[in-house]
Ligand binder design. Structure first.
Ligand code: COA
Length: 374
């Protein structure tokens, strides 16, 4: 273990500070990303969602039998129950979808009496996709959409998210995007999950905290903000003007930049190809040309590359998914990564309790309320 000096300071935002050893995944500034040792391109070209989830959780690829029982385990636990849908309805149409999922996750945690940790996590992982698909519609009084028997995880999530029929290629792409969202080393929400896990609170508590962290536009919320920007700019020719105005106003461009990737995000590169392919097959690649124009202008003016969110958003849009569901989709997939971090933390637990440097006043004398001025 690294020796820590008393009062040692770390950079703001813990940038560049390694806070733990992990065997789950690693992203590097040069644009490489590995899941349990496998390059992301290798995983994306060969594995399905459940196979990747097993890999992330267990640290190795499953045998056929193991994969079968993992899929079965997920399918058996998809029933969220009327009680939780009732809570969603109570929250009403104005509630933010991630708040709805977070509240529902807390509710599920209070109901789940499963003593076995593995089975408890499986239940949470399975139900998260149903919460994600329903967090926007059920609070608005619409009927819940439920999983269909026999469908794979990603196909099931897609059919719950949108009634629009997808082609085989589009369904394959959706599964890739879910795989990319599953895990990404020490991001803000996984760190949050780790902190909660280190107190030995249960997985539902950790996931609820992870969801709170995911909500922000600097993390999970960026995919929705990126799509809103694309819809606002509309015309590729308007990209320079839009960006110049945003820079002048000191605004960050959502879907661009990354703490680790400074040259390119490998997931964004792949998603860009997929988006182009989907739209070319349809004979209208206007949304691709718009995205590409914004990317080019950002690179020319700021040398900042797009991240996964920037290209996942127009893919979801092309599949007919409503914008408020983009961050919930992230959650439906990232729950598997969160649980891998939860398990890694509790296996060799040490309470995460850092220090801080006090820079406020000291030695003040108490003044009774009737003697205070101002
Ligand atoms: N748009 C415009 N400028 C950006 C930018 C963006 N999306 N991302 C970074 N920058 C600029 C910052 O303004 C800063 O400039 P300065 O040095 O002149 O002040 C510089 O690049 C460093 O940015 P900083 O925010 O300090 O780096 P970071 O490592 O903390 O940032 C993010 C990482 C993800 C928080 C940041 O890039 C961001 O806010 N992106 C937009 C939100 C987003 O897409 N989030 C999803 C991440 S996967």
């Amino acid at each position: 273990m690294t020796k820590v000096e008393e009062g040692m300071k770390v950079p703001k935002g813990l940038a560049g500070v390694s806070i733990t050893d992990t065997k789950i995944s690693k992203s590097e500034a040069d644009g490489s990303l590995i899941y349990r040792g496998y390059p992301i391109s290798e995983v994306a070209s060969n594995a399905g969602f459940e196979e990747t989830a097993f890999l992330i959780l267990k640290g190795r690829l499953p045998t056929r039998t193991e994969l079968g029982s993992f899929i079965q385990g997920l399918r058996e636990r998809q029933n969220v129950g009327e009680k939780v849908f009732g809570i969603m309805r109570e929250l009403g149409g104005g509630a933010h979808p991630i708040d709805v999922i977070r509240t529902s996750t807390s509710a599920l945690g209070s109901i789940d009496r499963e003593p076995d940790l593995d089975r408890k996590e499986l239940s949470l992982e399975s139900k998260m996709s149903v919460l994600a698909a329903n967090c926007h519609r059920v609070p608005r009084g619409e009927a819940p959409r439920t999983p269909k028997a026999g469908l794979r995880f990603s196909d099931n999530l897609l059919q719950m998210l949108t009634p629009k029929e997808a082609t085989d290629y589009e369904r394959w792409v959706f599964e890739r995007v879910l795989i990319f969202y599953m895990e990404h080393d020490m991001n803000a929400s996984s760190f949050t999950v780790m902190v909660v896990a280190s107190t030995l609170a249960d997985p539902y508590a950790a996931a609820s905290a992870g969801l709170a962290s995911l909500k922000g536009p600097l993390h999970g919320g960026a995919n929705e903000a990126a799509m809103e920007m694309l819809l606002k700019v509309k015309d590729p020719a308007k990209a320079p003007e839009f960006l110049a105005k945003s820079f002048k106003e000191g605004k960050k461009i959502m879907g661009f930049g990354h703490r680790v990737y400074k040259e390119f995000d490998p997931r964004a590169r792949l998603c860009k190809e997929y988006l182009h392919e989907i739209l070319k097959k349809r004979g209208d690649d206007a949304l691709f040309r718009l995205s590409d124009a914004i990317e080019k202008e950002m690179w020319e003016k700021k040398r900042i590359p797009p991240n996964l969110d920037f290209y996942a958003a127009p893919i979801f849009y092309s599949l007919g998914i409503e914008v408020p569901l983009y961050t919930p989709i992230f959650a439906a997939s990232r729950i598997f990564g969160w649980m891998a971090h939860y398990n890694e933390q509790v296996e060799e637990n040490k309470l995460i309790r850092p220090d801080s440097t006090y820079v406020g006043p000291s030695g003040l004398k108490y003044v009774p309320i009737d003697k205070r001025t101002g």
